[in-house]
Write a protein that binds this ligand. Structure first.
Ligand SMILES: Nc1ncnc2c1ncn2[C@@H]1O[C@H](COP(=O)(O)OP(=O)(O)O)[C@@H](O)[C@H]1O
Ligand SMILES: [Mg+2]
Length: 364
């Protein structure tokens, strides 16, 4: 049995709300009602809504203004809205509506079959999208598990073997120095190669899964990663983290870590920026992760859409990871740089008198 999805009905006239409710009850979904634009927005913030049925003419904030406000919120950019219009809508009005994010119109008198058919299309689309999202979530989690396993194997088996070879090599090198100078030179070269292999194995293992995340927590793992990234890429990175985070679960910590990792990789690969700033801030209800650079920006043809059309999986992957936790991703980019902002709903940790550093932030 599939879960019911939520459909939001917005009209200032309670009688009309009842009529729409009666027309749509046949769909067997959950119908949520609101009497004004403001009430509709409050409902949206609390409940996951699949489609909105919105009266165009309401006192106070009208349907167009409500739609605009809804679509300006990063979580509801793509929420489908069906306008219900009492008066005959002109093409101009329709265009205005589409610009404000309407996906369809229904005129009064409303034909029940037509309304049901239109709403059903979006309800089905929502279900399919949710299924895909869940599948993606599972694939992402499996990938994380696999990465963790490979990282551990690399570190524990290949890493240990290389360490043993390095020790043997040191013995051989010291013994051969007394007998054969040429061989000693070769063995010294070999020692350098083995050291490189050990370093690379560590880096690969680390990038696959940050071991510190489990042992020392997000702040330390980020600090360690950012330092390594700076050395490898020659990008000077400033990292600012709050001295205490809210209640972040392990998967959420990994999500934040991956967002920073992907953003910095993008800075290195695409931005051509000498510097970057990673800034984590926490307020009452959310954790905000901002990664900014002073580079060339996302190519103008690709700006404006998220993820940028025809590109890789980085930003899309981040968006999906964040969505799992009810978070959002915003990207601002122009010729002077790019700013990626990820927001996650996380409650601020309770204030503690013994910890004077609460609220302050530390940076490297
Ligand atoms: N910091 C950045 N500076 C400039 N361009 C960027 C930046 N981040 C992303 N981009 C652009 O956005 C595109 C999409 O990035 P992403 O989704 O991470 O895919 P990928 O890195 O695999 O190409 C990149 O191909 C690049 O053109
Ligand atoms: Mg990328």
């Amino acid at each position: 049995m599939e879960d019911k999805i939520n459909i939001l009905l917005v009209d200032d006239n309670p009688g009309k709300l009842l009529t729409y409710e009666a027309m749509l009850s046949e769909l067997g979904e959950n119908l949520v009602k609101a009497n004004s634009g403001r009430e509709a927005f409050e409902r949206l913030l609390k409940i996951e809504i699949a489609v909105v049925l919105l009266d165009v003419s309401m006192p106070g904030m009208d349907g167009f203004e409500t739609a605009q406000m809804i679509h300006e919120h990063p979580r509801f950019h793509n929420l489908p809205i069906i306008f219900i219009s009492g008066i005959l809508v002109s093409d101009l009005d329709r265009i205005k509506g589409y610009r404000h994010g309407a996906v369809d119109y229904v005129s009064v008198p409303v034909v029940p079959e037509l309304l049901r058919a239109k709403v059903k299309v979006f309800a089905d689309l929502y279900r399919k999208t949710r299924q895909l999202e869940l599948l993606n979530e599972r694939v992402n989690n499996l990938r994380d598990d696999e990465r963790r396993q490979i990282a551990r194997e690399l570190h524990d088996s290949v890493g240990q073997l290389l360490a043993a070879i390095s020790m043997n090599n040191a013995v051989l090198e010291s013994q051969s120095r007394k007998r054969d100078g040429d061989m000693a030179k070769r063995l010294a070269e070999q020692a350098t190669l083995i050291d490189d292999a050990i370093k690379q194995t560590r880096t690969i293992s680390y990038l696959l899964h940050p071991p510190l995340l489990e042992e020392a927590g997000l702040a330390s793992a980020l600090r360690c990663y950012v330092e390594g990234f700076s050395q490898r890429s020659n990008v000077v990175v400033k990292l600012e983290v709050p001295s205490r985070f809210g209640d972040l679960s392990r998967p959420m910590e990994l999500c934040v870590f991956r967002v920073v990792q992907e953003c910095l990789t993008n800075v290195h690969r695409h931005a051509d920026s000498p510097t970057a700033v990673v800034h984590l801030t926490q307020d009452e209800s959310s954790l905000r992760v901002e990664v900014a650079d002073a580079g060339r920006g996302i190519p103008s043809a690709r700006r404006g859409e998220l993820p940028p059309p025809g590109t890789g999986v980085g930003l899309r992957g981040m968006q999906e990871r964040l969505r799992q936790f009810g978070g959002t991703l915003q990207v601002h980019s122009n010729e002077t740089g790019t700013r990626v902002i990820a927001t996650l709903p996380v409650l601020r940790p309770p204030a503690s008198t013994s910890d004077e550093a609460v609220g302050a932030s530390e940076s490297i």
